[in-house]
Write a protein that binds this ligand. Structure first.
Ligand code: HEC
Ligand code: HEC
Length: 274
């Protein structure tokens, strides 16, 4: 009986490695959130939730989300809160069933994204790359710097009122205000909020995060919509979220595997020729 030649042993070893890699890869792809889900979740989070919960879930106006959830099925708990909101708190309901803007699929992606913080595998948050707005000419009788206000608006208000004040969860702000001094009316609403609605009080005096100057600047910006029709879009540029071996790394592994196949083939052919 002839013992297998050296190249054949090497080939066999390579083949076994290859099979192991593939079998290890398949479950990694089958379970857990897909890249698409994490990417969608991250984008939706940046657009809708980071303003209150912080960009890494550390909590701001809203609760801390990057934590270990004490329930057995944290996914159900997180999903329900996102769908239904927390009544009597600034946490709005997000599901379309409850009058919110998000589909079931989007809420699923958000839930998976938030729960991924629990395992410590924090996918990087997509950065909101804000197209600079064209310079805004201040309205003479209105105090405040509309250009600084625009930046504050994008950070705090666009999430609910839309980047052009077109309205989302929050009311439409790009409109003709029926008051004689719309700036004063808008300012009071921002300072005090609208009790019993998701519109919280933003003024320091009322427990909010913004100073008087901040609010004056935002008001100048909001009121400037009456005079202009410039539209600007907030475009998130998502950074790819690394997960297990799927994604770019998965592709690399597959390429290596293909290469290994070719090597095995060549070695096999050589061995047969001997
Ligand atoms: C306007 C601010 C605000 C926004 C925007 C907001 N939240 Fe909240 N969220 C809150 C507050 C406040 C609470 C705490 C409510 C309470 O329990 O009193 C909360 C609670 C939660 C909880 C439950 C936390 C816990 O410990 O039980 C989850 C989950 C959550 N938010 C997810 C989201 C997601 C996802 C989004 C974006 C789609 C979002 N939130 C947007 C303010 C906000
Ligand atoms: C979590 C969502 C949310 C955020 C964030 C938010 N708002 Fe609101 N806002 C609302 C809702 C909802 C209303 C409508 C309240 C009502 O009348 O029931 C509202 C109402 C208003 C109104 C009154 C509109 C009118 O027609 O009288 C103004 C002005 C306003 N918001 C400005 C702001 C500004 C400025 C910011 C940022 C500093 C901000 N909002 C942040 C949800 C939000």
């Amino acid at each position: 009986m002839q013992s297998p030649s050296r190249p054949r042993q090497v080939g066999l070893a390579l083949l076994i490695t290859l099979i192991l890699i593939i079998f290890w890869q398949v479950p990694a792809l089958a379970q857990g959130p897909t890249d698409e889900q994490l990417e969608l979740g991250g984008r939706l989070y940046a657009e809708n939730c980071a303003v209150c919960h912080g960009s890494s879930g550390e909590g701001r106006v809203g609760a801390t989300l990057s934590k270990d959830w004490p329930s057995i099925r944290p996914d159900l708990r997180v999903r329900t809160v996102i769908e239904e909101g927390v009544s009597g708190s600034p946490m709005p309901a997000w599901s379309q069933k409850k009058g919110g803007p998000l589909s079931d699929e989007e809420i699923e992606a958000l839930t998976l994204y938030i729960l991924s913080w629990e395992t410590g595998g924090v996918p990087p948050l997509p950065t909101l790359a804000v197209t600079p707005r064209p310079p805004i000419t201040p309205i003479p009788e209105v105090e405040g710097d509309p250009n600084r206000g625009a930046v504050l608006y994008d950070e705090n208000c666009a999430v609910c009122h839309g980047s052009n004040g077109e309205g989302r969860i929050g009311a439409r702000l790009a409109k003709e205000w029926p008051a004689i001094r719309p700036d004063l009316r808008v300012k009071t609403t921002i300072e005090r909020g609208v009790p019993g609605s998701p519109m919280s009080a933003w003024g320091r005096t009322y427990g909010g995060p913004l100073t008087g100057t901040d609010i004056d600047d935002i008001v100048a910006f909001i009121v400037s919509w009456q005079a202009s029709a410039d539209m600007v879009e907030l475009v998130p540029t998502p950074t790819p979220a690394p997960s297990a071996l799927s994604g770019p790394l998965g592709v690399v592994v597959m390429l290596v595997a293909l290469l290994a196949l070719v090597v095995v083939g060549v070695i096999g052919a050589l061995a047969r020729r001997e």
